[in-house]
Each structure stands twice: as structure tokens, then as C-alpha cells.
Design a protein around this ligand. Structure first.
Ligand SMILES: Nc1ncnc2c1ncn2[C@@H]1O[C@H](COP(=O)(O)OP(=O)(O)OP(=O)(O)O)[C@@H](O)[C@H]1O
Ligand SMILES: [Mg+2]
Length: 247
């Protein structure tokens, strides 16, 4: 992304933003609530149109050409922040298979991938359930499985860990690492949890009010006092606990 500018019909805008995501890396977009993470993801896949600036994806400059957008989106798996935006088929199994069938894969290949995806996210026993009868965390896992079957080159995950229990978080992290190593995918995810940035990102970008605050490795970034101050950390919570105990 180079020199991107964008604004909603509100007072929020993305200003002069440039960043580079290397192939086969794990790139994390972080920043506080409302800093523009989801907006940036939507710009990247052409769901929003920048006012100025350029986006290059898979070595092609992104235009508004429908054919090009379709071609590019075939190579991208996008996990929405809210899984209800993603699930629609009568059963989980059909939902997960939908994208793979759209790719016109062999039915035996579709079945193989669906089985693998269901196992990967631990939802095999829920395969005949309606997506709407699942809990939030289960829906999030089902939505991820729907992307896994596509084996995309670029996997974009918006807050993949929000509202998941610890076991599911570990499970998702293992999946992400495996996709990078074995499937050579590029993975871009957003989170405001520094722990995941520190331990899983090859590179990170910190956004603040629509502007790039930092881009680099977590090692370089997370020791900077200005970033610690902006993002806050678990020490702030410990201080609060201690303050409450002393009252
Ligand atoms: N459709 C919209 N119309 C107007 N303003 C919007 C719209 N969507 C988002 N915004 C505003 O843009 C800003 C950035 O929102 P965005 O969803 O990109 O933040 P975020 O970093 O993803 O936050 P979170 O961590 O809460 O997911 C917010 O101030 C929000 O109110
Ligand atoms: Mg968001």
C-alpha cells in the first residue's frame, strides 16, 4: 500500500499510509479500538475505495475492474470480524464446502478438504448443525474452516482470537503457523493483544487514529516507550489491581 488516503462520511480517515507485507510472512496489524485496522483490510481487498494512493497485490495494481477484483479475491481468504457476516448455509458442513465447490473442485477433493477443515478447527461433531445454533467462538472457527478449504495464497483474519477460549486460541495459532510453513501462505491478522504480536508476527504495523505509528519487527517495536504507552499492557492492569487492593 502506498500513500493511501481514505475517509468515511465521519471524522475518521486513513492518512498517507504506506506498508509492505512480504510473501509467506505473518504480518500483524495492531492498534487500539477504532484505529482503522478493519478499514485498512477492507481497502486492501477492494471492499472500500481509497481517495488516493495505490495498492499492489500479487504484483498487480488494484483497480476497480470487476474481473480483476474477482481474480484477486480467488486467492484471498478473508475472515470477517463478525462471523455472522460469513456463515449462511443450512449446515456447517455445507457452509464450509460452499467456497470449495465454487472453485469447481472435484467432489471427492471437496469432501477431503471439508473433512480436514472440520477436524482442524475441532468442529467435526457439529457438522450437521445450523451455523446459527453455534456459539460465537464455534461460529468463528466454522468461518475459519470455510477459508481453509480454499487454500488461499493470502489469508486475512480480522480479530481471529476475539472471544475464543484459550484452547481455541492455541488451536488457531497452531493452524496459522502450519499454513505459513506447510502451505506457504501469507497471513495478515489484526489484534490488539500485544502477546500475539510479540510471539507470532514476523512484522507488525501499529495504527493510531488512521495513521501509521510504527512498522517493523515486534522486537524493534515493542520495546519503544511510545508504543508501550499507546497500546498499554498487562502491567497497567496489575497496577489497577494493586490500587484496588490497597483501598
Ligand atoms: N461504515 C462506516 N461509516 C462511518 N464510520 C466508520 C464506518 N466503519 C468504521 N467507521 C469508523 O472508522 C474508525 C475506524 O474503524 P475500524 O473498524 O477500522 O477500527 P478498528 O481498528 O478495526 O477497531 P476495532 O479494534 O474496534 O475492531 C472508527 O472510528 C469507526 O467509527
Ligand atoms: Mg476492527
Amino acid at each position: 500500500m502506498r500513500d493511501l488516503n481514505f475517509s468515511y462520511n465521519s471524522n475518521f480517515s486513513i492518512r498517507d499510509l504506506s506498508l509492505k507485507i512480504e510473501k509467506n510472512s505473518i504480518y500483524v496489524l495492531t492498534g487500539n479500538n477504532g484505529s482503522g485496522k478493519t478499514t485498512l483490510l477492507r481497502l486492501l481487498v477492494g471492499l472500500l475505495k481509497p481517495e488516493s494512493g495505490t495498492i499492489k497485490i500479487f504484483d498487480e495494481v488494484l483497480t476497480r475492474n470487476k474481473k480483476q477484483l474477482w481474480k484477486i479475491r480467488q486467492k484471498i481468504g478473508f475472515l470477517f470480524q463478525n462471523p455472522d457476516d460469513q456463515l449462511f448455509a443450512p449446515t456447517i458442513e455445507e457452509d464450509i464446502g460452499f467456497g470449495a465447490r465454487n472453485l469447481k473442485l472435484d467432489e471427492s477433493e471437496v469432501k477431503k478438504r471439508v473433512k480436514w477443515a472440520l477436524e482442524s478447527v475441532n468442529l467435526t461433531e457439529y457438522r450437521n448443525f445450523s451455523p446459527f445454533s453455534l456459539s460465537w467462538g464455534q461460529k468463528k472457527r466454522a468461518a475459519l474452516a470455510g477459508l481453509l478449504v480454499l487454500k488461499p495464497e493470502l489469508l486475512i483474519l480480522d480479530e481471529p482470537f476475539a472471544n475464543l477460549d484459550f484452547k481455541s486460541v492455541c488451536n488457531h495459532l497452531e493452524i496459522i503457523e502450519k499454513l505459513k510453513k506447510e502451505e506457504k501462505m501469507t497471513i495478515l491478522f489484526t489484534t490488539h493483544n500485544i502477546f500475539f504480536v510479540e510471539n507470532w508476527a514476523d512484522k507488525m504495523c501499529v495504527l493510531n487514529e488512521g495513521e501509521k505509528f510504527f512498522e517493523g519487527t515486534p522486537r524493534e517495536g515493542l520495546i519503544q516507550p511510545k508504543i508501550k504507552k499507546l497500546l498499554g499492557n498487562d502491567k497497567d492492569i496489575l497496577n489497577l489491581i494493586q490500587k484496588n487492593r490497597s483501598i
